[in-house]
Design a protein around this ligand. Structure first.
Ligand SMILES: Cc1ncc(COP(=O)(O)O)c(C=O)c1O
Length: 361
């Protein structure tokens, strides 16, 4: 039969494309995309201004990979960079999982995971978080079958901001078959102060099936340039390189990442300031009676349940744009000036729910 539509993969037709955090209008704070509110460092901008863009970038990102490798005490071939860590994750999933294979991850977690798994043609196996909004690693272990090719562990978890502890992670790894790839997604690692949290850098090289994923988007403030990386066994990184779209990491992004590493102290000082803002937010919220899981990312999670969409609108009416994700709100830690407005909005949500019984609960 001839139709006037081309044949697409049926599993792709069912995918809902990635939804970005809403933009903020004038006088509003955009706290919906876990971005860094600081402008790039002057030294980073200066480096960018010296680039021509009529030439292709270094396809192998050799200098950047070497710099990262030096920091982590690995070979440059143990590092893969991509146009955002999400691109590297897509490569890892495509390299390991095909139709009929399974990818296990906690849910709720980063919204791109199900999309990346579907585009590889593989099957997602989401495992519900525990009631305290953390990964349920025992249930994740139990979900691993002979069809599992990849397990993603996200710490701090987007959007709940909770961590997996080092002890929990090591116990978990001891039970994962060594032929299953485990990706530890640490996009928010630099914001972690919890000394018990897992730290990928201490585990690199300790497990034959572990890859650690990091990004320059969050702590380093380069989200718009798109650059992230993974560290893991060379042959796994080679497989990621084999499926990568050639030349997709720009020279600007590579240079900005190198300059950021050179000026890391200044950037990490900003991270320290954001952590202080996070503390103010959490203390304020808890003082209002919110049950906020201890945050370790540059965002906090408000479990608003059935009231989520309504609560997001209350925040918006106060000039605070947050991310409504089904059963809760994710609120990014942004400009210091946003805190007062944010806490006014959260107070109104509490007050309206207390005084107005018809508000969703
Ligand atoms: C948990 C997690 N991993 C990875 C990413 C991807 O970041 P990027 O592609 O900008 O490096 C994000 C972005 O929000 C994230 O939340």
């Amino acid at each position: 039969m001839i139709t006037n539509r081309v044949q697409l993969r049926p599993e792709i037709a069912a995918v809902v494309p990635y939804r970005q955090g809403s933009p903020a209008g004038a006088n509003a704070f955009k706290l919906s995309s876990n971005e860094n509110p600081y402008e790039p460092l002057p030294s980073v901008l200066e480096k960018l201004s010296t680039h021509t863009i009529n030439r292709y970038p270094d396809a192998s990102a050799h200098e950047l990979r070497s710099q990262i490798a030096k920091r982590f005490g690995v070979t440059a071939d143990s590092v893969q960079v991509g146009a955002g860590s999400v691109a590297v994750l897509a490569q890892l999933i495509s390299a390991a999982a095909a139709p009929g294979d399974e990818v296990v991850y906690a849910w709720r977690s980063f919204e791109a995971y199900p999309l990346l798994v579907s585009s590889a043609g593989a099957t997602s196996v989401p495992v519900a978080n525990s009631s305290d909004h953390r990964h349920d690693l025992a249930a994740i272990s139990a979900a691993i079958t002979a069809s599992t090719r990849v397990v993603i562990v996200c710490s701090p978890n987007n959007p709940t901001s909770t961590v997996v502890t080092d002890t929990e992670f090591r116990e978990f790894m001891a039970g994962v078959p060594e032929n299953v790839l485990v990706v530890l997604d640490e996009a928010y690692r630099e914001f972690v102060v919890d000394t018990e949290a897992v730290r990928g850098e201490t585990l690199i090289g300790k497990y034959p099936n572990l890859v650690v994923l990091r990004t320059f988007s969050k702590a380093y403030g380069l989200a718009g340039l798109r650059i992230g990386y993974a560290i893991g066994p060379e042959y796994v990184m080679d497989a990621a390189r084999a499926v990568a779209i050639p030349l997709s990491v720009t020279e600007l992004a590579q240079s900005a990442a190198i300059a950021s590493l050179e000026h890391e102290d200044e950037l990490l000082e900003r991270v320290g300031r954001l952590i202080m803002v996070r503390t103010r937010i959490v203390e304020g919220l808890r003082g209002q009676g919110w049950n906020v899981p201890e945050p370790s990312g540059n965002f906090v999670w408000l479990p608003t349940g059935a009231a989520t969409d309504w609560a997001a609108e209350v925040f918006r009416s106060h000039g605070i744009v947050v991310r409504a994700l089904g059963e809760g709100l994710r609120v990014s830690v942004g400009e210091e000036e946003s805190v007062e407005k944010l806490l006014k909005a959260s107070q109104e949500v509490v007050h309206s729910r207390e005084t107005n019984q018809d508000k969703p609960r």
